[in-house]
Design a protein around this ligand. Structure first.
Ligand code: HSE
Length: 307
């Protein structure tokens, strides 16, 4: 195989109560990438469409992730990367992670898969570090592994694939304002009161239990973030109204997708997810802010090979 074309999906990190350790892979929103072998050793980004991103490896999340992988092996040939962005930068649905994960996934395939999917997460996290200043895996892990992923430890790549209840749907509402992850992280408090840590741990544990037992009511009660959301909500236009709209139409819960500005809502069934999307859209309609909405099933497969 000399060339591979990939669909690199969007993702929702944090999922309310799992800051930096929980993520979900989306089904129908994402980028495409083409990666091909060349005679010249190293990595070269040859095409970027759909966004104004740097071509230099050190400044591009796909380039830096790919370089980190390539340096681990003595490879007599090189790789060209073409990136077709479908996910806007700074949208909160894992734009940088899709490019980082796609680059290492594709190169690994062209090499005959010397690395496991878990090992690829380590390389893709280098792109996240470039984008946000921290090595978090809560977007790249679900993109590479699919479904819901829980990161117990990103240093040792102790990552768990959680089950996906089959009727879960995600609504994404993306107000088209760019919010850099680094900026959204800069508003976070570095100290958390013990009581809030207890509440957050209880919610996270209960959410995981709800996913294993298909207990939608428990999932709903657990989708609460008492630590991160209070600091970040001011960055999202009409945050309270969006949450109210999601609740009113019967979602299980809603919150900030990753570092924002997108909001996500989980619902039982597609019909509710669509109603939630329409109601959340109505909130943004009168405001002076462009937006888009998506409905997605949870993608349990992760990155897909198109050809
Ligand atoms: N967990 C990260 C954050 C995700 O919320 O900052 C960034 O997409």
């Amino acid at each position: 195989m000399n060339e591979i074309k990939l669909f690199c999906p969007a993702s929702v990190a944090n999922v309310s109560c799992g800051f930096d350790i929980l993520g979900i892979c989306l089904e129908n929103v994402g980028d495409e990438m083409i990666i091909r072998k060349t005679n010249n050793p190293g990595v070269k980004i040859t095409k970027i469409k759909g966004d104004n991103l740097p071509f230099e490896n050190k400044k591009n999340v796909a380039g830096i992730s790919a370089m980190t992988l390539v340096k681990e092996k003595n490879i007599p040939f090189g790789f060209e990367i073409e990136i077709y962005k479908g996910i806007a930068s700074g949208s909160g649905i894992g734009s940088s992670a899709a490019s980082s994960a796609g680059a290492v996934f594709g190169i690994n395939k062209l090499l005959g898969s010397p690395f496991t999917k878990n090992e690829l997460i380590k390389f893709a996290m280098e792109g996240e570090k470039l984008a946000s200043g921290t090595l978090h895996a809560d977007n790249v892990a679900p993109i590479i592994l699919g479904g819901f992923t829980l990161i117990r430890c990103s240093k040792t790549l102790d990552i768990i694939n959680l089950p996906t209840p089959k009727d879960l749907f995600i609504t994404i509402v993306h107000p088209k304002i760019e919010l850099k992850t680094s900026d959204s992280r800069s508003v976070l408090k570095q100290k958390v009161p013990l009581q809030k840590t207890i509440q957050q741990s209880a919610n996270l544990a209960s959410l995981v239990s709800g996913l294993y037992t298909n207990d939608y009511k428990l999932i709903s009660r657990s989708l609460v973030d008492v630590i991160i959301e209070p600091s970040r909500s001011a960055l999202i236009p009409a945050f309270d109204e969006l949450k109210y709209a999601a609740k009113k139409k019967g979602s299980l819960g809603s919150g900030i997708s990753g570092s924002g500005p997108s909001m996500f809502a989980l619902s039982k069934g597609e019909k509710i997810a669509k109603n939630v999307s329409a109601e959340m859209g109505k909130v943004l309609e009168p405001l002076d802010v462009e937006y888009e909405t998506f409905i997605s099933k949870i993608n349990t497969e992760g990155i897909k090979i198109i050809s």
